[in-house]
Design a protein around this ligand. Structure first.
Ligand SMILES: Cc1cc2nc3c(=O)[nH]c(=O)nc-3n(C[C@H](O)[C@H](O)[C@H](O)COP(=O)(O)OP(=O)(O)OC[C@H]3O[C@@H](n4cnc5c(N)ncnc54)[C@H](O)[C@@H]3O)c2cc1C
Length: 466
């Protein structure tokens, strides 16, 4: 047996799994066909945040007067904005190479596929140089992630020119003057925010009846208004029927409210979800159970094939980096015979738009649907001292408690840097804090997080500053 554990795919699921396996004393290898860090570090979480920071700073230059400041002239060098983002991605990816070395994890640069074997499938790696090598292990963990979902039948597939997937949108040569984003999930909204901040005319099309449809309805509504104030245009409850290229760019035919409409723009971004990387790995021959592009696993990442596990995006939603890492650590600790942390821990979700959106747990509607009698609290940032001082008064915090037990069921926020604040509620939910615990917690003053405390108090009619 060459290894105790072989991990296939070095995204935040795979590389974290490999590190944990090595910490637990397992002889570990990882196979990566592209770049260490996976989508997250190279083409997802990190480079988008670098772009969004450039966009945010550029936008802020237009709002300095209120602070008694002024600048003359405002411009950007698009190629440098992209270059910075690519540099950040590269830096983070080389950090993973360092971590692999530090934890004595053997890295194979190549594409892996599986063949029948015992006690786990054999891993065949086609190395980047062209040669093949066969590896064996007691346990094989698939962490091959996902890619942009496409719908070729109606033209929703990237061409790298006028129709972009997230990869194209992260590193184009020029900044489009007009843009249609198809899909208003976190990825679509983040690109819409970035390009709008740089001045592009942006229209977002959403098939469901509101943007950011997984968020609490109040947050979706507030986000819609806030983005419109920044000049974005939306078509909700609108179904794209055809995306085609025109002489000047793209033409998107859609149906909304029984009416047909055609929108034109220089470029379109297709952000209609993702699909798991399950192809060309020999999964069919092994009889691995796959359901709608994702590998089916039990509560610990185990597939239906002996010795084979799957974690992260390839194992299904939510498609988030921290969920992938959490699942990986859980899986390998389970293999080691430990009692791993709860796989069903609350998973926060963030959208790094301007303003930001963050949530954890159940929305108010989902709480009702699950049979709870929710007690809801809200607190707006416009009356929070730090927010007023910082000129960041947009948005609010909303908390959802179980009316009977006082358990915190969910928290939802929109506003400045709420993606940093949501962790407070994630900790509270993981520790099963009650309303009493949260009300008794002392929040530093002045901080925007005081709005979290007030939203808890408000759920029980005890808000102090409103
Ligand atoms: C634009 C964008 C922005 C995002 N922003 C966020 C965010 O802000 N926060 C967040 O939590 N999530 C974000 N995500 C989602 C996040 O990137 C994913 O959830 C995360 O990367 C999943 O991790 P993973 O390890 O499961 O897979 P991946 O990161 O996809 O890694 C899988 C790796 O496996 C490799 N691989 C695939 N097949 C093989 C094979 N046969 N052999 C060898 N290697 C193989 C791939 O090359 C890849 O490197 C974003 C995604 C996108 C596209």
């Amino acid at each position: 047996m060459d290894f105790d554990v072989i991990v296939i795919g070095a995204g935040p699921g795979g590389y974290v799994t490999a590190i944990r396996a090595s910490q637990l004393g397992m002889k570990t290898a990882i196979v990566e066909r592209e770049a260490l860090g996976g989508i997250c570090l190279n083409w997802g979480c990190i480079p988008t945040k670098a772009l969004l920071k450039s966009g945010e700073l550029y936008e802020q230059l237009s709002h300095l007067e209120g602070f008694g400041l002024s600048v003359t002239g405002k411009s950007f060098d698009f190629s440098k904005v992209i270059e910075r983002s690519r540099g950040v991605a590269k830096q983070m990816s080389s950090g993973i190479a360092f971590l692999m070395k530090k934890h004595r994890i053997t890295v194979f640069d190549g594409a892996a596929s599986l063949e029948k074997g015992a006690p786990a499938p054999k891993v065949v790696v086609r190395l980047k140089g062209g040669e093949k090598t066969s590896l064996t292990a007691k346990h094989v963990i698939l962490a091959t992630g996902a890619r942009a979902r496409t719908i070729p039948a109606i033209g929703l597939e990237g061409d790298g020119d006028r129709v972009w997937t997230y990869r194209d949108a992260l590193a184009p040569k020029t900044c489009p003057k007009s843009l249609i984003v198809i899909g208003s999930g976190a990825i679509g909204i983040e690109f819409a925010s970035f390009y709008r901040a740089l001045g592009a005319q942006v229209t977002v099309i959403e098939a469901l009846d509101r943007i950011l449809p997984v968020e609490d309805e109040e947050v979706s509504k507030a986000a819609h208004k806030a983005f419109e104030r920044r000049g974005m245009t939306f078509r909700v409850a609108a179904k794209v029927t055809r995306l085609s290229k025109s002489k000047t760019g793209v033409s998107v035919a859609l149906e909304a409210g029984g009416k047909a409409e055609t929108l034109e723009a220089e470029v379109a971004i297709v952000a209609v979800g993702i699909t798991g990387n399950v192809e060309n790995m020999g999964l069919e021959a092994l009889g691995v159970k796959v359901d709608r592009g994702h590998i089916v696993t039990d509560g610990h990442g185990k597939t239906n094939v002996a010795g084979l596990y799957a974690i992260g995006d390839i194992a299904g939603p939510p498609w988030l980096a921290h969920k992938a890492s959490h699942e990986g650590v859980h899986c390998v600790e389970h293999i080691a015979g430990l009692k791993p942390a709860n796989l069903n821990a609350p998973i926060p979700g963030c959208t790094y738009s301007s303003p930001q959106v963050a949530s954890v747990g159940l929305t108010e509607a989902a709480a009702k649907a699950a049979g709870h009698e929710p007690k809801v609290g809200r607190f707006p940032f416009r009356v929070n001292g730090k927010a007023v001082a910082a000129g960041e008064m947009e948005g609010f915090v909303k908390t959802v408690f179980d009316g009977k037990t006082g358990a915190l069921l969910g928290a939802h926020m929109i506003g400045h840097e709420v993606t940093e604040m949501i962790q407070g509620f994630a900790v509270a939910m993981t520790l099963e804090a009650t309303e009493e615990d949260l009300m008794a917690t002392v929040f530093a003053h002045p901080t925007m997080s005081e709005a979290m405390h007030e939203a808890v108090l408000d759920a029980y009619g005890r808000a102090l500053h409103i």
